[in-house]
Design a protein around this ligand. Structure first.
Ligand SMILES: [Ca+2]
Length: 260
């Protein structure tokens, strides 16, 4: 009988150990895969890409920065890269991240402390609202506006720009600064780190980086046209599960298939 008990105990311990090993293995597995489809779309090289996103119907929008050049582009073709409509912003504002929530298009400005709202169909400016912070990236989970300000923080606001909560982006317990362009993808926040070719995947509940993508080889710095600036611009088409990446004044938009 004692032998039998020992046998059961040994089996239980072995089971717990194996379970632990399997769990540790699963937790270390990357959550997402981004697979190049091979499709490369021309990108308007006149656009210093800041905001880049799809609406719920699969229409691509882009916002460009730089004083005097800032503009909102609507219905960007995934074949030609041309936009059907363009709305120039005043020359004293620097366009930044953008998204659509509750039928309104929100556009951040860099340091002007202003957020514009526009009618996404006509691109008419509806409101000019105050922003407490600098404007960098903007996305939405369908309920909140999710904004970065160049620090390690990501802020959640309601549609009236009232702060709801914030998270601090951390990798292995260390703060990660220069959080820039954002894209909410399947329950996680994909964030480009400014001046790098890295995109991190952030847990929106606690700010932890759960995965990272290195896009050094996508449009290698050594091959970049003189005018091409850093990588920026992550757009996710929920309908097709495709992710599109580009950069400021880049000649191309690259298409990826999202796999979980
Ligand atoms: Ca985006």
């Amino acid at each position: 009988m004692r032998k039998y008990k020992k046998f059961i105990l040994g089996g239980a311990i072995a089971f717990v150990i194996i379970l632990g090993v399997v769990l540790a293995f699963l937790l270390r597995q990357p959550k997402f895969e981004l697979v190049r489809t091979g499709k490369v779309i021309p990108h308007n090289e006149e656009v210093f890409t800041q905001g880049f996103f799809f609406d719920q119907d699969g229409k691509l929008y882009e916002v460009g920065g730089i004083f005097g050049e800032s503009a909102v582009y609507a219905d960007v073709s995934l074949i030609t890269g041309n936009a059907k409509a363009k709305k120039k912003l005043d020359s004293d504002v620097f366009g930044e991240g953008a998204t659509i929530l509750n039928g309104k298009l929100y556009v951040l400005t860099a340091q002007e402390r202003v957020i514009f709202t526009l009618d996404p169909n006509t691109l008419r400016i509806l409101q000019e609202l105050p922003n407490k912070r600098d404007g960098w990236g903007l996305t939405t989970d369908g309920k909140s506006l999710i904004a970065s300000d160049g620090t390690s923080k990501i802020y959640f606001m309601d549609a009236d720009l009232k702060d709801e909560r914030s998270i601090t982006v951390k990798r292995d317990g260390k703060k990660l600064n220069n959080i820039n362009e954002l894209e909410y993808i399947e329950g996680y926040i994909f964030a480009n780190i400014w001046k790098t070719d890295e995109i991190v995947v952030v847990n929106p509940a606690n700010g932890e980086v759960i995965q990272s993508f290195d896009f050094t080889d996508l449009y290698p710095k050594s091959e970049r046209a003189k005018k091409s600036d850093v990588m920026n611009g992550i757009a996710y088409n929920k309908k097709t599960k495709k992710v599109y990446l580009t950069g400021k004044y880049w000649p191309n938009i690259y298409e990826f298939e999202l796999k979980k």
